[in-house]
Every structure is written in structure tokens, then in C-alpha cells.
Design a protein around this ligand. Structure first.
Ligand SMILES: NC(=O)c1ccc[n+]([C@@H]2O[C@H](COP(=O)([O-])OP(=O)(O)OC[C@H]3O[C@@H](n4cnc5c(N)ncnc54)[C@H](O)[C@@H]3O)[C@@H](O)[C@H]2O)c1
Ligand SMILES: [Zn+2]
Ligand SMILES: [Zn+2]
Length: 397
């Protein structure tokens, strides 16, 4: 079925509002165990919550970390993972005024309540209630789950979102309404990789035209950084990855030079110093590896270099830096969701993406969806990401 028809036909004729819905979800029962597509129960949304029919979802490396359970303290099973998605509101709970049944939405793992001391500050996109929290596995309202097995055992939530399910319940602060004319397929990318990568360049680093930069890790997040840098008129974009296949896509996204650390006999940062007379202006760590982070840090120019950490580091190890190294003038910061305030700023980003001409020259969203599969093939989609074959594999629910 064509995308538009699927969206129109997606909601049931008979209202399910206020009722428990039985539907299929991909449940993980333990670290690294295959996803089991099984029937689960999804409760109606409570106060300030919404229930969303997910139409498209894809897999980000952060799902991979949680699935492997690399950080033991964050494990919670059985669980519904997934955070990059798009769908349609099935019903809203009491008090939700900004969304209604039938609205097109994308979930955001880093929510925005709009009222707290963080949300009312221009200095951060973290929210007191709904900021990204890998330890959280239950709903904010009552500390319970809205998912359960058919024999009523709880199934845990993930990253404020849990999109590997035909229906999911989210806090309304973690859902953004977007224009119904936008392609939901493409909009799903805004719910993580594209916003994170573009925002890291536009908001966190505020890269200026003519700058040089290096991107470590050329998955969807790293390539979204490349798109952001190209759109800002960066003069040189160096891509670093141990998988040379990524260079093919990278070239299309404006990366000018490539380094495969495996081909070098010197450190990557030494190579970058050679190529740029002392280092790049900015570096972006998108691999989630501490050794890579050190290389990214040293690859910037002393005096003014800025490194932005995007990668999620499941290792309990601390930063691989000596404090005195900061006296060389290199700075380091992290970014969650590219410093976008999701509820306030995503609708506009979505509009820009829709208005083809202007922004599609800036961001080639189509290039990021390298594979599409039915939801039932989620294990295959995970393999594609683990093997470095896909950027985003879009699952159709
Ligand atoms: N900060 C945020 O808000 C945020 C949002 C989304 C994703 N993330 C994180 O960003 C990272 C990237 O996500 P993704 O979905 O693009 O992942 P991905 O798996 O698609 O890409 C990671 C890339 O890093 C490369 N890589 C691995 N080891 C490397 C090394 N030693 N040197 C150079 N390159 C190496 C891989 O070959 C791959 O191309 C992950 O850690 C993910 O958890 C963070
Ligand atoms: Zn993600
Ligand atoms: Zn808030």
C-alpha cells in the first residue's frame, strides 16, 4: 500500500479510546536475546499521556546498546525498545490539549514539559520530568507500565518512547505534532538521528562557514553531522570510520576526506594535524568509543578546538583526558538530541524538511533510509545495523 493510503487506513473504524488494545510488539526478554513478535496488551493513556499507533520505526545504535544490555545498571526485561519512529495519535488522556486523535506525530526521547526550570531556560534542552533517562523503564504518572503480557505481567518501557510496538503510550511531553502533509516515513528520522546530528552542528557547536571539522563514526548520526556541516558551508569535512563502505554514502553527504584508522601507522589525530596544519576547528564523536573520543579530542586545533560528544558510551570508564590537557585550549562538550527543544522546535524543522527546495538541498533525508522491511523482520534489521550494512532500516508496522 502506498504511504499516504497506509496512513489514512491506519486507525480502526471502531473507536478503541479508553479500552485496552491487544496488538503485536517486539519484546526482548533478556540481554542480546532475539526479539519475539508477540501479542501484548496496551492500556489507555492516563492524565497527560497519549496512545500512538506507530506506522514506521527504525533502529538506532542506542537501541542496540540497550538490547545488548551493555550497561548492567540500565537493564530491564522484558522490554519494548525503540525510539526513532512516526505515527498517528489513537487517543489522548485527560488534560492533553495540544494533540488529538488522528494527529501525525513523532516521539522524542528527550521530552519537553514546557513549564519546569529547565524548559523555561534557554540554556538547555533537558527537562526536569522528561529528559532522556536510560534508567527509566516505567511511566512518570504512577511508576507503572502501560504494556503487559496477555497474562498481565508488566513489560518495561524504554527511553520515554518504546516504539517497537503497534501501539505505545507516551507522556504528551515526549510527542511532537507535525504537519499532516509531511511524509511520516521521512519524519521518523527527525525523532532521533537527523535532529541529533544537525543540532550538534547548528545548535551545540554553532559551526560557521569556512570551518574545518572531523566526524568520527559515519553511521546515520555522523552523516547527519556531515549534512549539518555542509549546510553551514564548512570548508573541509573529514570522515573517520573503520568501515570503508561508509565512505560511499559519506561522499554524497559532502564529506571531503576520509580516514580509515586501520590503514594508518600513526594516530588518527596526527594524520588530521598533518592534513589541516595543526587540527580541525571542530570534531564530533559519533562512535561511542572512549579511545575514539580521545582521538577526536586531540584532532582539534589547540587554542580553540571544540569536540562534541554524540556517541553513547556504555562503558563505565571515565573520560580519557588529563585535566591539564584542557589548558591547551581544546574544549569538550556533549549533546543530547542536538540541543533541540523537541516540542518547541521540531515542528519547524519538519516544515523546513517538507518545503523540498530549500532544505532538501541542505538535508538529503532519503539517503538515510537504506533499507525497508516489515516489522516482523526486526531481527534482520538489527543484524543489518550490527554488521554496518544499514544507516536506517525503516520497519513498517
Ligand atoms: N547524543 C544523542 O542524543 C544521541 C542520539 C542518537 C544516537 N546517539 C549515539 O550516537 C552514536 C551513533 O549512532 P548511529 O545510530 O549512527 O550508529 P551506527 O552504528 O550506525 O554508526 C556508528 C559508526 O561508528 C563506526 N565506528 C565504530 N568503531 C569505530 C572506530 N573505532 N573508529 C571509527 N569509527 C568507528 C562504525 O563503523 C559505524 O559506521 C551511538 O553511540 C548512538 O548511541 C546519541
Ligand atoms: Zn537514537
Ligand atoms: Zn520541563
Amino acid at each position: 500500500m502506498r504511504e499516504r493510503e497506509r496512513e489514512m487506513a491506519s486507525l480502526n473504524d471502531v473507536s478503541t479510546k479508553g479500552k485496552v488494545i491487544n496488538c503485536n510488539a517486539a519484546v526482548v526478554w533478556g540481554p542480546g536475546k532475539p526479539f519475539v513478535i508477540e501479542e501484548i496488551q496496551v492500556e489507555p493513556p492516563q492524565n497527560m499521556e497519549v496512545r500512538v499507533k506507530i506506522l514506521y520505526t527504525s533502529i538506532c545504535h542506542t537501541d542496540l546498546n540497550a538490547w545488548k544490555g551493555e550497561n548492567e545498571s540500565q537493564q530491564a526485561f522484558p522490554r519494548v525498545l525503540g525510539h526513532e519512529a512516526a505515527g498517528i495519535i489513537e487517543s489522548v488522556g485527560e488534560g492533553v490539549l495540544d494533540m488529538k486523535e488522528g494527529d501525525h506525530v513523532v516521539p522524542i526521547f528527550n521530552g519537553e514539559c514546557g513549564d519546569c526550570v529547565y524548559c523555561t531556560s534557554e540554556k538547555t534542552n533537558l527537562c526536569e520530568k522528561f529528559r532522556v533517562n536510560p534508567m527509566k523503564s516505567v511511566m512518570f504518572n504512577d511508576g507503572k507500565t502501560r504494556f503487559s503480557t496477555l497474562d498481565r505481567k508488566p513489560i518495561y518501557h524504554f527511553l520515554n518512547t518504546s516504539t517497537f510496538s503497534e501501539y505505545t503510550v507516551l507522556d504528551s511531553g515526549c510527542v511532537v505534532k507535525i504537519d499532516s502533509k509531511a511524509s511520516l516515513k521521512k519524519m521518523s528520522l527527525l525523532s532521533c538521528c537527523i535532529s541529533t546530528g544537525l543540532g550538534a552542528v547548528w545548535n551545540t557547536a554553532n559551526v560557521q562557514g569556512g570551518s574545518t571539522l572531523a566526524i568520527f563514526g559515519l553511521g546515520a548520526v555522523g552523516l547527519a553531522v556531515a549534512e549539518g556541516a555542509r549546510s553551514r558551508g564548512a570548508s573541509r569535512i573529514i570522515g573517520v570510520d573503520i568501515n570503508p563502505e561508509k565512505f560511499i554514502k559519506g561522499r554524497a553527504m559532502g564529506i571531503t576526506d576520509f580516514i580509515n584508522p586501520k590503514d594508518l601507522e600513526i594516530y588518527v589525530h596526527e594524520k588530521i594535524w598533518e592534513m589541516t596544519e595543526g587540527g580541525v576547528d571542530y570534531s564530533f564523536e559519533c562512535a561511542g568509543n572512549l579511545d575514539v573520543l580521545r582521538e577526536a579530542f586531540l584532532s582539534t586545533h589547540d587554542g580553540w578546538g571544540l569536540t562534541v560528544i554524540l556517541g553513547i558510551h556504555p562503558s563505565p570508564r571515565m573520560l580519557p583526558l588529563h585535566p591539564m590537557e584542557l589548558f591547551d585550549g581544546r574544549r569538550l562538550t556533549g549533546t543530547v538530541f542536538g540541543d533541540f527543544k523537541g516540542k518547541s522546535q521540531l515542528p519547524n524543522l519538519a516544515l523546513q524538511c517538507m518545503n523540498g527546495a530549500s532544505i532538501s538541498r541542505l538535508v538529503n533525508l532519503d539517503e538515510f533510509i537504506t533499507h525497508e522491511l516489515p516489522f516482523s523482520k526486526i531481527n534482520e534489521a538489527f543484524k543489518l545495523l550490527t554488521n554496518g550494512e544499514s544507516l536506517r532500516c525503516l520497519l513498517h508496522l
